[in-house]
Design a protein around this ligand. Structure first.
Ligand code: SF4
Length: 213
């Protein structure tokens, strides 16, 4: 391992202990292939699965892996919806599905998740509904404090997501958050997850490297 990878392993070990105190489970994977097989092992046979908007689950290959290797799963993919009504239907299916896949915009070293959501479907499913939520996150998402996490989300993750989604927001133009109320603002909901009411419902899979925004 490189010194940076060793450092990340130490950080991940600490974060996993902090997650446990908050009723969440934590895992650390040395790379995307390990994450793919771990995620698959955490999903029971013939489960229903859906996912929130996330670059991480695509970049790490987790979602493509499940589609290719887990033909027993029922995967609701809103990118395949034929019309807006079907998209809405898939959003609502998330609340009764077995497993929800997502990333987190940031994770603090003391084990809290921070997520910003425009539509709200992703944070809603994180909070309530799916029997388990698998949060897959690169080590780039780890922040020292909640203040650092908020700074990361507002000034790195959201501007990048606005550019990806072609949103005309101040942060997409300047790279910095101006706490806007623009019609395209994607910061409708700001959710801190500091504890899981159901033990182990939220499982955080940290993946070595930089994944997603
Ligand atoms: S509040 Fe507006 S400017 Fe700030 S990060 Fe969100 S979309 Fe960008």
């Amino acid at each position: 391992m490189t010194p940076l990878e060793t450092h990340h392993a130490h950080v991940a070990e600490h974060v996993i202990k902090e997650l446990q105190k908050r009723n969440m489970e934590g895992y650390y994977c040395s790379g995307p292939e390990e994450a793919q097989t771990l995620v698959s092992s955490l999903i029971e046979n013939e489960a229903s699965v859906t996912f929130g908007g996330s670059m991480t689950i695509t970049e790490t290959g987790v979602l493509p892996y499940l589609k290719e290797h887990r033909k027993d799963l029922t995967i609701y993919d809103r990118s395949l919806a034929k019309n807006p009504e079907e998209v809405q239907e898939i959003y609502r299916k998330a609340f009764s599905c077995d497993t929800y896949l997502m990333s987190s915009n940031a994770i603090t070293k003391d084990g809290q998740l921070l997520n910003i959501d425009g539509n709200g479907n992703r944070v809603a499913a994180l909070i309530f509904g799916p029997r388990q939520v698998l949060v897959i996150a690169g080590m780039n998402k780890i922040c020292e404090t909640m203040e650092d996490a908020m700074n990361r989300v507002r000034n790195t993750a959201t501007p990048a997501n606005c550019l990806r989604l072609n949103k005309q927001t101040p942060c997409a133009l300047t790279g910095s958050c101006s706490d806007c109320q623009s019609p395209d603002c994607i910061c409708s909901q700001i959710v801190t997850t500091r504890h899981s009411g159901t033990a182990g419902r939220i499982k955080v899979i940290l993946v070595e490297g930089s994944w997603g925004y």
